[in-house]
Design a protein around this ligand. Structure first.
Ligand SMILES: N[C@@H](CCC(=O)N[C@@H](CS)C(=O)NCC(=O)O)C(=O)O
Length: 216
């Protein structure tokens, strides 16, 4: 059976799947990874380079994982769990455990509450009034992260080791400077972000994505 294929970009939420798959030890074995351009909606690298990304994923977004049986999987909460279930090095608790349900819950929170809110700030056409509303809502989410989820200074979002929830949360937080969100207001969140960004395998994954870019 052929491998599954991940489509991602180097800075979007798709990158969290690359980082997780790199940590999981499945890139080039169970999962091939190719870049897509989510502006032009073209595939950038790999055997389908130059082709219409909508033909692969009608939503046109990343992450997209095309499974070996042809199933097209989207949505971080699902794609990241596929990576966790196919990992060689663990990036998530086993199915059926309380910790796994917690992982699902946190992935859903990142996707629907945090990513779903801050993502709106990438839109250059929003009015100042709308922007103010979205920034306030984003800060509410980050405050919760700071005061509740990460209040004890934990290094990882779920359990005692790095999971797919960390790769996703880390990437969403990494957008802050580009959308003018001030993470220094949230010291626990800032410390968490710094600590994940300094992990060797996270740095390696960024280097591998840069190397795989067409401009490299
Ligand atoms: N609901 C999706 C959102 C995925 C998403 O927003 N992907 C962005 C990059 S972070 C994208 O590909 N945008 C381009 C597009 O939608 O055309 C999830 O939770 O995974």
């Amino acid at each position: 059976m052929s491998n599954a294929t991940l489509y991602y970009t180097t800075t979007s939420c798709g990158a969290s799947n690359f980082i997780a798959a790199h940590r999981a030890g499945i890139l080039g074995s169970k999962l091939e990874a190719y870049q897509a351009d989510i502006g032009s909606h073209k595939v950038l690298t790999g055997p389908k380079a130059g082709s219409d990304f909508y033909a692969i994923n009608p939503k046109g977004n990343v992450p997209t994982i095309v499974l070996a049986d042809g199933t097209v999987l989207n949505e971080n909460a699902a794609t990241l769990q596929w990576i966790a279930d196919n990992a060689v090095t663990s990036v998530g608790a086993a199915n059926g455990t309380s910790e796994r349900y917690l992982l699902q819950s946190k992935l859903s929170w990142i996707s629907s509450e945090l990513h779903g809110t801050v993502g709106g700030l990438f839109n250059p056409t929003i009015s100042a009034e709308v922007r103010e509303f979205v920034v306030a809502k984003s800060y509410q989410k980050l405050q919760f992260l700071n005061d509740v989820e990460l209040a004890d200074g934990r290094k990882f979002f779920v359990g005692s080791g790095f999971t797919v929830a960390d790769s996703y949360l880390y990437i969403v937080l990494s957008w802050s400077p580009y959308i003018n969100l001030d993470l220094t207001k949230f010291p626990k969140v800032e410390a968490y972000f710094k600590s994940i960004s300094e992990l060797d395998f996270v740095k390696e994954a960024h280097a591998a994505m840069a190397k795989a870019s067409p401009s490299a």
